[in-house]
Design a protein around this ligand. Sequence first.
Ligand code: SF4
Length: 393
Amino acid sequence: MALLEVEDLTVKFYTEEGVVTAVDDLSFRIKRGEKFGVVGESGAGKSVTALSVMRLIEEPGRIESGTVRFDGEDLMEMSESEVRDVRGNDIAMIFQDAQTALNPVYTVGEQIAEAIRHHLDYGDAAARDRAIRLLDDVGIPEPEARYDDYPHEFSGGMQQRVVIAMALSCDPDLLIADEPTTALDVTIEAKILDRLERLAEEYDTAIQLITHDLGVIAEMCDRVMVMYAGRAVEKATVEEMYYDPKHPYTVGLMSAIPRIGDRQDRLQTIPGTMPDLVEVPSGCSFHPRCPFAEEECTRKQPPLVDPETGEGVGLSDRAAACLAYTGDLDNELDYEVEVRGRAEQPDDGQPDPRVRRPDSEPVRTDSDPVGLDTDLLDQNDDGEDDAGGLSDG
Ligand code: SF4
């Protein structure tokens, strides 16, 4: 049995502009101790998925349907107080912005100790000792002295470490980290991710890592789910995604990664932006941005299938949602993954998978609701279609 099993989850927000389907029929699972990445641009539904797992969706949002089973128990069936016990104790969350996660009027040590007292029923002295040990574990120097400092006396990187210490304070089975290092510079990011990974292994904690950064996924994760417009469009192991991506959106994300040693002047990006979720394009929601789109893509929503067999996959770990795998397209997906060997990769000596963009002219479809060119990448290097690409958050 997986630690977390999410099945057919649909979450909607009832706004004045209309109904936003932020998560649409989403299924995935995370095994005990596994590091599971969730990647996609802003608006893909990554954070809403995490909040749904924690049952933290607020008005005007509503979990419309689906089950979220944690350790065999359906969180959707639990009372509010039962879910509160699970939160922080069995499932903990690290939010993107450490500053808002910390209370400015309590010392950092007290904030960690409070969670320990509440969830683990420790006495004052034992909770203090455990909090100091956790501060030490996340790399806060002189943790005993810093226990009594307030959040504003810590740098951004140290505040984020405190948030990680808080999340780990009750030894959770699942840690949901929502863009945990977005606000930090790259050297601090590397240190924090490294520490997070080490601590997760030490505490045998599974991680659901939400990010827009495929580099971070490659560093840390075992498996990955790529999301677009509230749906999963690809699921794979990290190796499969890097060496054999199956969905054109994943291909676009892969092509947009900057690499040391690249001689091109401009970064490749995905044209256009995530669609307005009040009015998702018909058929495959990625079709206005997809260079392989055909007429059928505007009519039929692609199911998640095994890319080898074209058959439905349920909770399977290898899947892609593209009509190319269901036999509905006239043409094949025309891209190549090129893996550079060590001899061609002088900077770090690591094999470097990269995706070659299609040489063919982009296919235009009749229904192009946002008026975008369907050229996946800016092939003539003039930047005209470079409005999209990965964005923060
Ligand atoms: S080829 Fe069609 S179905 Fe596949 S991702 Fe592109 S638009 Fe979607």
